[in-house]
Design a protein around this ligand. Structure first.
Ligand code: NDP
Length: 469
């Protein structure tokens, strides 16, 4: 029997598709699933790829089926399941074998597992995989973290299965230990914000302009031909155009407005707070998802205050498009600044241009703008993305429309948290003389915390000394 070149554990939505992708690229693969019938079902349904698949009923069989030094991908739920699988595999594998966690792990867990691997073996890589089921089958974006040599060992397989942007694989080594999963978390945070901003402009069209789902679909389809070209705008057009088979009504109108989440957006926000990185568009998007799930609270609010008078928003579709462009640039600028902050804080030299390149295809946030971001970050990765001439020009042309949309939203009672927080961030980022002098004065008044003066005079306290509590 041909020995498999790699193994995979967890034939769920992502694992099954990833295994078929690996087999299709010519790599014989051994597979194991907790529920044995799933393993055999997978082989039975693998069609022409079945001869590349070795189904294994035990972990010992799985390890034995793979050519040493072995590599085994875990595609199981993040958390305890990953730790349990590592514990079960460790006694069966050699010290120079490799376990690859390809789920959505919290990067702190990946750091811990990498440290344990260094002590007890086998080797460990944490890779972030994006693209959903379709991406896993035909080409995801892959963000790797761990030892460079371990990445290099499996890079031929990962590059082969990854999405391609003009022939270049959307897979890259991001840095040590949890760096790959950190980048994946930020990807998901940006995804939350991008989705939320789209939902916000959808709300302006639906409630502020009284447009029907089919008309909104046409707008998204038109936008997808311009600077906003992206997977998320494309699918927003498709879902807006879809008809419910039960009622014949627009599908969107029949979907309850309570959004789910698995926590990666929240992790991004928590980590940004630890790093003092400013990502308000992502924070607003996570807040909006949390609030969306509190349907009873929202209904109680509506019962007391009534709905805001939403119709007749004073905006044009052209302004909405420009507002989305500005919001998107600001959101990505925040996301990349967060990665930069982590790079410095954890001493992970994360390759920002490479990250933009990896995100150009395969992942959920893929968009034409990411190619321009890769170019801007290649010119200067230390500069905030919004200051890169290409994006600064875009922002100069579009922030007026963003302002108009937010003002119209406020006057019409249309909530636009991600777009509005992006604009507030932009205005703070271009204000040389902020209002934090007032904060400093207050802090000195009540807590004698002291301040720096603008004129350099060495006097850290105001004339209110002794007035504090
Ligand atoms: P699924 O729920 O579809 O599949 C989970 C798989 O893990 C199944 O094979 C299941 O086996 C197995 N499993 C569950 N619990 C355990 C356990 N305790 N021990 C061993 N095996 C277990 O999940 P997904 O494929 O959607 O997700 C897998 C990972 O990929 C997650 O970390 C997820 O966050 C991540 N991910 C998911 C994406 C998506 O779009 N779905 C995108 C990117 C990443 P059994 O058949 O026995 O239940």
């Amino acid at each position: 029997m041909t020995q498999s070149q790699i193994g995979l554990i967890g034939l769920g939505t992502m694992g099954a598709m990833l295994a078929l992708n690996i087999a299709e690229k010519g790599f014989p693969i051994a597979v194991w699933n907790r529920t044995v019938s799933v393993t055999h079902g997978f082989k039975a349904e693998a069609g022409a790829l079945a001869d590349k698949v070795t189904p294994c009923e035990t972990l010992a069989d799985l390890v034995a089926a793979i050519k040493p030094p072995r590599a085994i991908i875990l595609m199981v739920p993040a958390g305890q399941a990953v730790d349990d699988m590592i514990t079960d595999l460790r006694p069966l594998m050699a010290a120079d074998d490799l376990i690859i966690d390809a789920g959505n792990a919290l990067f702190h867990d990946t750091d811990r597992r990498a440290a344990e691997a260094a002590e007890k073996g086998p080797h460990f890589l944490g890779i972030g995989v994006s693209g959903g089921e379709e991406g896993a089958r035909h080409g995801p974006a892959i963000m790797g973290g761990g030892l460079r040599a371990d990445w290099d060992r499996v890079a031929p397989i990962l590059n082969a299965i990854a999405a391609k942007y003009k022939g270049e694989p959307c897979a890259a080594y991001m840095g040590p230990a949890g760096a790959g999963h950190f980048v994946k978390a930020v990807h998901n945070g940006i995804e939350y914000a991008d989705m939320q901003m789209i939902a916000e402009v959808y709300g302006v069209m639906r409630d502020g302009l009284g447009m029907q789902a089919a008309e909104i679909a046409d707008v998204f389809k038109a936008w997808n031909q311009g600077p906003l070209q992206s997977y998320l705008i494309e699918i927003s057009g498709e879902v807006s155009a879809a008809t419910d088979t039960h009622t014949g009504k627009p599908m969107l109108d029949m979907i309850l407005d309570r959004a789910g989440q698995k926590g990666t957006g929240r992790w991004t926000v928590i980590e940004a707070q630890h790093l003092a990185a400013t990502i308000p568009a992502i924070e607003a998007a996570v807040m909006a998802r949390n609030l969306s799930s509190r349907l009873e609270d929202r209904l109680a609010g509506e019962a007391v205050f009534g709905t805001a008078p939403q119709a007749g928003a004073n905006v044009t579709l052209a302004q909405l498009e420009q507002a989305m462009i500005a919001g998107k640039i600001l959101c990505y600028a925040q996301g990349f600044a967060l990665i930069s902050a982590a790079s410095n804080a954890f001493d992970w030299p994360m390759p920002l241009p490479e990250i933009a390149r990896v995100w150009r295809e395969g992942c959920i946030i893929r968009s034409s703008m990411l190619n321009d971001m890769a170019t801007a970050l290649t010119e200067d990765a230390t500069r905030n993305l919004m200051l890169a001439p290409f994006f600064a020009d875009h922002l100069k042309a579009s922030h007026g429309a963003l302002r108009q949309v937010i003002a119209a939203g406020a006057l019409s009672g249309l909530p636009l948290p991600a777009l509005a927080s992006g604009l507030a961030w932009f205005d703070m980022m271009r204000t040389g003389r902020s209002t934090a002098n007032m904060i400093q004065a207050q802090r000195d008044f009540f807590g004698a915390h002291g301040f720096e003066r603008v004129d350099g005079i060495d006097d850290k306290h105001g004339p209110w000394a002794g007035h504090g509590i």
